[in-house]
Design a protein around this ligand. Structure first.
Ligand SMILES: C[S@@+](CC[C@H](N)C(=O)[O-])C[C@H]1O[C@@H](n2cnc3c(N)ncnc32)[C@H](O)[C@@H]1O
Length: 301
C-alpha cells in the first residue's frame, strides 16, 4: 500500500484538541514544577492545551494522559514539553535603564580602574540566564565591546544559557528578522550587525567579533547546574516571574552564589526579591549587589 504523506495523515486527525482532565492537568503542573520550577496556575490551563496539542497531533493524535506518561518516562520528551510551555518573548535592549546603568556608570568605572574589581584584571565574565533567542546576551556583547575595547586588553566572556534546547539552537545562529534592527541603537547596529543578502535577505546576523564573545549552554535554573566560577554581571530577567516563591528563592540564592562580591544581579521589572532581599543591597530598582557576609561575631553583637 502506498505510504500517505504527512499532510494527508494530518488532515485525518481531529483539529480540536483532545480533552484535558483535572487529574491530568495536576500531573502536568507537578511535572513542570518539579523539572523547571515553573508553576502552571489554573489560569495557564488554556496555554498548556494550546501549546501541547500540536505535539499530540505530531504523535498521531494521542491523548493528554498518554503524552503525560510518555513525558514522565522519556527525558527527551520532557525537554520538548518544557520547550513548548516556556514563553520566549524577548527584545534587544529590553529594559533600557539596565543598559544605561552599564554605559554611564559601571563600565566607565571599570575602565578607569583598569579592572572589574574581581582580581582578574581586565577579564569580564557575564551570565545571561534565560537568554531566549539571544537578544539579551548580544545586546550585552555590543555594550561591553564598545565600552571595553579589545585593544586595551579587555577580555569579555558572555555565557548565555536557557532551559530550552530549540531556543538555544536559534540563539546560537545569531540570526534575526531584519525588523529587529529597530530595537538596536544605530551606532551599535552599524558597528556590530550584518545585513543579510541573497538567501539571508530580510535577516540580520551578529558579526564575527560579537559572536566570538558569546558561548551557549543548556542550564536549568531549577537544579544544581554546576556552572564554574563567578560572574561580574548576572542578567536573569523575565524568568523568575514563572516561578513560585520557593523556587524563586532557591534560584536567586544560586544566582548570588555565582556573583563576584562586587558583582551586579539584574532582574526583570516585574520581579521582586520579597523574602530574600536581606542578602543584597539595591543599586537601583531591579539591580542588586550582594551584601558582604556578616561575621558570626558581628551577628551576635
Ligand atoms: C521571557 S524569556 C526572557 C528572555 C530574556 N531574559 C529577556 O528578558 O528578554 C524567559 C526565558 O526563560 C527560560 N526559562 C524558563 N524556565 C527556565 C529554567 N528553569 N531554567 C532556565 N531557563 C528557563 C525560557 O526558556 C525563556 O527562554
Amino acid at each position: 500500500m502506498k505510504e500517505r504523506s504527512l499532510e494527508e495523515r494530518e488532515s485525518f486527525l481531529p483539529r480540536e484538541p483532545p480533552p484535558l482532565s483535572d487529574r491530568e492537568f495536576t500531573g502536568y503542573q507537578q511535572l513542570v514544577y518539579r523539572e523547571a520550577g515553573i508553576w502552571l496556575s489554573p489560569a495557564k490551563r488554556a496555554l498548556l492545551v494550546g501549546r501541547v496539542s500540536r505535539r499530540l497531533r505530531e504523535l498521531g493524535g494521542i491523548s493528554f494522559g498518554a503524552y503525560l506518561q510518555r513525558a514522565e518516562a522519556d527525558e527527551a520528551e520532557r525537554v520538548r514539553l518544557l520547550d513548548a510551555i516556556c514563553t520566549h518573548e524577548t527584545h534587544f535592549f529590553r529594559e533600557p535603564r539596565h543598559f544605561e546603568l552599564l554605559e554611564r556608570e559601571v563600565l566607565p568605572r571599570w575602565r578607569a580602574k583598569g579592572g572589574t574589581g574581581s582580581g582578574e584584571g581586565r577579564r569580564v565574565r557575564v551570565w545571561s540566564a534565560g537568554c531566549s533567542t539571544g537578544e539579551e546576551p548580544f545586546s550585552l556583547a555590543m555594550v561591553l565591546r564598545h565600552h571595553l575595547p579589545a585593544e586595551e586588553g579587555w577580555n569579555i566572556e558572555i555565557l548565555a544559557t536557557d532551559l530550552s534546547t530549540s531556543i538555544l539552537e536559534r540563539a546560537r545562529q545569531a540570526l534575526w528578522p531584519l525588523d529587529k534592527a529597530e530595537e538596536i541603537p544605530n551606532h551599535y547596529l552599524r558597528a556590530y550587525m550584518l545585513r543579510g543578502v541573497g538567501s539571508q535577505e530580510g535577516k540580520m546576523k551578529a558579526g564575527p567579533e560579537l559572536r566570538s564573545l558569546v558561548r551557549f549552554q543548556r542550564v536549568n535554573l531549577n537544579d544544581g547546574h554546576g556552572l564554574m566560577g563567578r560572574f561580574d554581571l548576572v542578567f536573569c530577567r523575565n524568568v523568575l516571574i514563572y516561578f513560585d516563591t520557593a523556587s524563586k528563592a532557591r534560584t536567586v540564592e544560586r544566582l548570588l552564589s555565582h556573583l563576584c562580591p562586587h558583582g551586579l544581579l539584574f532582574l526583570g521589572h516585574a520581579e521582586s526579591l520579597t523574602g530574600i532581599g536581606w542578602r543584597v543591597r539595591t543599586v537601583m530598582p531591579t539591580v542588586y549587589t550582594p551584601r558582604p557576609p556578616v561575621s558570626e561575631a558581628a551577628r551576635r553583637g
